[in-house]
Design a protein around this ligand. Structure first.
Ligand code: CUA
Length: 343
């Protein structure tokens, strides 16, 4: 009789410890990234029909895999205990070759499980690829390095980085890109969908809860990919209508501020409706003052943060296309006042 070697046990408990440490480190780094304490990043708190459909599939798969996990672990524990080496055992146990019934079973059972997972998955794929309902709001989403352009063709509104939607009404998004591949992702409203240069992609969903939902470009698209954020404001029909009306009302133009804007070179890239500034390279600034954030969600639309952005955009968003115009502090102050007045 050989004395039992303690080694296998120490290896396996060492592995268990490693896994536990890895999980802790992963959890810790997620918390450090700030993701863990931002409930809006949750993919399991659906706020639209699309995200609910996806979650239903997720739940189905989760319960199947949880069941499989429990059965496999129980069999494993049973085998470990039942067939452990006992005093008096010698050498290698009897080897089994060929067990037709068992082989058929372990082929058929996984096939059946895959079949039952495939049914809801395929059904959901067809469901979310259907044509959107007629009473919908059309929105063109154009990805740029590194910001989002939102256009409401039927309403005559162009805005950037902040999307407003009425609750309970389908939003039909036509996704395109001005440069490289981006991916539209607002976790609580639905799955990711790519914005490809040269072809249009579609995504539609009906938000069912009022709230502010954050999103992020989900396809590596260059230096500031991680800084390509967006916000979706899902509002009641009344407050959405009020927003539409406010967006369509021409902003009162302060002539001194407009002059500062035009003479600083901003108009080479940006448009402000009702002024000579009509360029389409950077975000449309017509209603800049009505937005809660600037620089694709990186900063709050506050005077000091806007001033910092105008002073040195590159220091805030690496690789940004907006150049440092070496503006004087006086010029920055008048641009801040002018831009924030555009409501
Ligand atoms: Cu756009 Cu990543």
């Amino acid at each position: 009789m050989e004395p039992r070697s303690p080694q296998p046990r120490s290896i396996s408990s060492g592995r268990g410890l490693c896994s536990a440490v890895a999980l802790l480190v992963l959890g810790g780094s997620l918390a450090a990234c700030g993701l863990a304490d931002v409930p809006d990043w949750s993919t399991i708190q659906p706020a639209s029909d699309l995200s609910r459909s996806i979650q239903d599939v997720y739940k189905t798969v989760w319960f199947w895999t949880a069941g499989i996990f429990v059965v496999v672990e129980l069999l494993l524990v049973y085998a470990i205990i039942r067939y452990r080496r006992r005093p008096g055992d010698s050498g290698v146990p009897d080897q089994v070759h060929g067990f037709t019934a068992l082989e058929i079973a372990w082929t058929l059972v996984p096939a059946a499980i895959l079949f039952f997972i495939a049914i809801p998955t395929v059904r959901t794929i067809f469901e979310v690829q259907q044509k959107p309902p007629a009473d919908r709001i059309e929105i063109a989403v154009i990805g740029h390095q590194w910001w989002w352009e939102f256009e409401y063709p039927d309403l005559g509104i162009v805005t950037a980085n902040e999307l407003h939607l009425p609750v309970g009404r389908t939003a039909n998004l036509a996704l395109a890109s001005a440069d490289v591949i981006h991916s539209f992702w607002v976790p609580r409203l639905g799955g990711k969908r790519d914005l490809n240069p040269g072809s249009e992609n579609k995504l539609w969903f009906t938000p069912d809860s009022v709230g502010v939902f954050i999103g992020q470009c989900a396809e590596l698209c260059g230096t500031s990919h991680a800084n390509m954020r967006l916000k979706v404001f899902v509002e009641t029909a009344d407050s959405f209508d009020a927003w539409v009306e406010q967006q369509r009302r021409p902003a009162v133009q302060d002539s001194v501020g407009l002059q500062a804007f035009l003479s600083s070179g901003c108009a080479a890239c940006h448009a402000i409706a009702g002024t000579p500034a009509q360029a389409k390279i950077g975000p449309d600034l017509t209603k800049f003052g009505s937005r809660s954030t600037i620089a694709s969600g990186l900063l709050a639309n506050e005077p000091d943060q806007l001033a910092a952005w105008l002073r040195d955009p590159e220091s805030i968003k690496p690789g940004v296309r907006m150049p440092n115009l070496n503006l004087s502090e006086e010029r920055i102050a008048s641009l801040v006042a002018y831009l924030r007045s555009l409501r």
